[in-house]
Design a protein around this ligand. Structure first.
Ligand code: GDP
Length: 138
């Protein structure tokens, strides 16, 4: 069993798609180990996306991620990191495989519905960003 971090982004929450996306993830075998709805501060969004600081879309991404509440979840299943990336679909919804969360719910390369950790190492760091050890007893 492996854990990963997902964020239902502000576009998904504002559109009322959180429940549909959680259903989709559960149908793909993910168990929700922990869940939080919160609005990221600018400092939190900047820190979370620190790796993208030099990219031209960084300030726009931070503005998007702070425009409304998000739903962060710790998810568990076999090969959770790789499987979540598959179920999410490509970053750009134009390239996302049919039936993926982004093909179904994303509206642009930026407003793309969902975040998922991109490696087991980053999953541990990102889970710790949102959840304490006591939240993750499972
Ligand atoms: P992910 O791992 O598929 O989420 O993609 P990345 O780690 O490369 O990018 C992080 C997030 O930045 C994406 O999910 C998008 O919300 C946003 N993003 C990525 N590429 C672009 C881009 O070219 N333009 C804009 N405006 N946003 C982007």
């Amino acid at each position: 069993m492996e854990r990963t971090l997902t964020i239902l982004k502000p576009d998904s929450v504002a559109a009322g798609n959180s429940g549909k996306i959680i259903d989709h993830l559960e149908a793909e075998g993910f168990e929700v180990v922990a869940i939080r709805k919160l609005r990221l501060s600018e400092a939190q969004a900047q820190a979370f996306y620190e790796v993208h600081r030099e990219r031209p879309f960084y300030s726009s991404l931070v503005a998007f991620m702070t425009e409304g509440p998000v739903v962060a979840m710790a998810l568990e299943r076999e090969n959770a990191v790789r499987k979540l990336r598959e179920v999410m679909g490509a970053t750009n919804p134009d390239d996302a495989a049919p039936g993926t969360v982004r093909a179904l719910h994303a509206s642009s390369i930026e407003r793309n519905a969902i975040h998922g950790s991109d490696s087991p190492e980053n999953a541990l760091l990102e889970l710790a960003f949102f959840f304490s050890r006591a939240d993750l007893v499972g």
